[in-house]
Design a protein around this ligand. Structure first.
Ligand code: SF4
Length: 322
């Protein structure tokens, strides 16, 4: 994993590593000339920022900042091959993660709080971000995994267009907290190959207490349905590499009720698809402010993790957690 050091970023990829040209969906969008229109429409959302449901209405183009704390230009914390992501993203050569500083959701238990809350990162221009994309490709990674892209979508797609002109061809992974603007996700149709949203809570009170977003349950359901409409269930090729589709992450939190688990997995199975690939994650640790919040100040017990898997299976889900 590289720390961001822009002077070291090469201009274009000169890798001899094999790169998968089969199916990044953005290729046909680009060839049809539609990427420029999308960039214009996305940039317009920055002027009175409505990039996420917080709708701060601040002028990000002028450098003003809203809840997420992000300004005009993306800030990158680190980039490079990552081997701790889901197996179909990692393969042999790693998932090409680009960790972006700041976050629109700002969970009080964030497991990456140094990047999201403390915003450790370096400001990059559009062309520097494009160079990072190309460098990640030259490292042989299977995809470009953007963590968390929500508050920088216009800049990322602008950088994508520059990178494309210089030979970039990796599938994009949109790795987010699930608190997205439906309008923005619709503008990403035909650009993103793999959507990887978290599904955090269906409980409004916990969404308010831990995310400061009591509309999170409604938002995340609409957004996941739209993502699935665009890309369908996760497609994994003969070399066990994810190529396209939806991958949902569910982090088991301490004290989650059986009712909430049932609602979450019923939604994924019945309202999205029983083919939904769900990574049920057991690595929650009480970090950042969670250390001082009763109820989430502990590691979940193994029984809680097993209960989540059992209920997912009962609801008809089979992919991603066995
Ligand atoms: S992306 Fe940031 S500034 Fe824009 S609406 Fe969301 S939280 Fe506010």
């Amino acid at each position: 994993m590289q720390s961001i050091a822009l002077k070291d970023v090469c201009m274009i990829s000169n890798s001899s590593q094999p790169v998968d040209y089969e199916r990044p969906v953005y290729l046909s969008t680009w060839k049809k000339g539609l990427l420029t229109t999308r960039i214009k429409r996305l940039n317009a959302l920055l002027e009175q920022c409505r990039l996420c449901p917080r709708t701060c209405l601040v002028n990000r183009v002028r450098g003003d900042k809203g809840v997420c704390g992000a300004g005009r230009f993306p800030e990158v914390a680190s980039y490079g091959p990552h081997f701790g992501e889901e197996r179909p993203l990692v393969g042999m050569h790693g998932s090409g993660t680009v960790f972006l500083a700041h976050c629109n959701l700002l969970c009080i238990f964030c497991q990456n709080y140094d990047i999201s809350h403390l915003a450790h990162g370096s400001k990059t221009s559009i062309s520097q971000l494009a160079q990072i994309m190309l460098e990640v490709q030259s490292m042989g990674c299977h995809n470009l995994n953007l963590v968390t892209p929500t508050h920088y979508v216009p800049q990322i797609i602008e950088a994508l267009q520059v990178a494309l002109q210089n030979g970039f061809r990796l599938p994009l992974v949109y790795n987010c907290g699930g608190y997205e603007s439906l309008e923005v996700i619709q503008l990403l149709d035909g650009i993103i190959d793999i959507y990887m949203p978290d599904l955090k809570f269906f409980d409004r009170q916990r969404s308010r207490d831990y995310l400061n977003a009591d509309d999170y349950p409604d938002v995340v359901q609409k957004v996941i349905k739209e993502m699935h409409r665009q890309v369908g269930p996760l497609i994994i090729d003969h070399e066990s590499i994810a190529k396209h589709g939806l991958l949902v992450r569910y982090l088991v939190m301490p004290g989650t009720s059986e009712d909430e688990l049932r609602s979450i997995f019923r939604f994924l199975s019945q309202e999205v698809s029983p083919e939904t690939y769900v990574n049920i994650m057991g690595q929650y640790r009480p970090l950042y402010k969670a250390r001082a919040v009763k109820g989430i100040d502990r590691v979940p017990q193994m029984a809680e993790y097993n209960q989540a898997r059992l209920i997912a299976r009962e609801m008809g889900l089979t992919r991603g957690f066995d």
